[in-house]
Design a binder for this molecule. Structure first.
Ligand code: ADE
Length: 257
């Protein structure tokens, strides 16, 4: 997969040389290119922004500079991503879909954002454009969100994560639950013991305990995920655990008592 990130702060993207994503690049699984938007300016001051039409605070990024950059960078079939707090939430499902693309181009806005005609222009030309948010808070620009999407997508590329099984059980995986708590050695530390069942060697009991922990965690931290769960994925024991936690199936959906 090829990913291009365009930003006025290309150095902000330097962490992408590290760790898993860096390894994916070195292994040739990910062709990541970071560009400085100002390379497409034509004036002496390398201007990328101007005042908002209609008035208001701050500055808006110019569509002509962005289009010069994007026309050069976008390849056939590319998916253009624009991070913005007003975008749709980025989810694991989106990341999975993005991991099947041939090219992602991330256009990082700063100031009050990118002139809205940029997204409109590329959509009209048949480019898939997704404006996405990484959470309900406002950052100073799209660079951190670009780091987030590159890591979330990059680890899903075949061959990047060593053990693909670790992608199945994790939070926001296929089960629709948060992941159970994990432990390592030593078995006793700071007066805290690893739960005994995990040392029993009894695989079925361990699996049941982990499932119950995942259900309890999700109920406590993300009740919205339980409410959205496909109840067809729940067995009798799951339903008993959920009943103890105060959740019942009503009209085909989990509901809090
Ligand atoms: N740019 C500024 N805030 C953002 C957010 N929450 N998500 C994505 N891009 C952003």
């Amino acid at each position: 997969m090829r990913i291009d990130v365009v930003s006025i702060f290309p150095d902000y993207l330097s962490p992408l040389q590290l760790s898993l994503v860096g390894k994916a690049r070195d292994a040739g699984l990910l062709d990541l290119r970071v560009h400085d938007l100002r390379d497409w300016t034509t004036d002496r001051h390398r201007t990328v922004d101007d005042t908002p039409v209609g008035g208001g605070a701050g500055m808006v990024m110019r569509p002509d500079v962005w289009a010069s950059a994007l026309d050069d960078v976008l390849q056939d079939g590319a998916h253009l991503l624009i991070p913005t707090p007003s975008g749709e939430p980025l989810t694991q499902r989106n990341a999975e879909a993005l991991a099947t693309e041939s090219q992602l181009v991330v256009a990082c806005g700063r100031y009050e954002g990118i002139d809205a005609r940029v997204a409109e222009h590329y959509r009209a030309r048949g480019v898939r454009v997704t404006e996405f948010s990484i959470g309900d808070y406002v950052l100073n620009g799209g660079e951190v969100a670009a780091l987030v999407v590159v890591e979330a997508v990059g680890r899903l590329l075949p061959g990047v994560v060593g053990n693909p099984h670790s992608l199945v059980e994790e939070s926001h995986g296929a089960a629709g639950l948060l992941e159970y708590p994990v432990y390592t050695k030593p078995p006793a530390w700071a007066g805290l013991e690893v739960p005994e069942v995990l040392m029993s060697g009894h695989h079925a009991r361990i699996e049941r305990w982990r499932r119950d922990q995942a259900l309890a965690r999700t109920a406590a931290r993300r009740p919205d995920m339980l409410a959205a769960l496909d109840v067809g994925t729940l067995d009798k024991h799951d339903l008993a655990t959920l009943a103890d936690l105060g959740w019942r199936v009503v009209d085909g959906a989990l509901t809090r008592d």
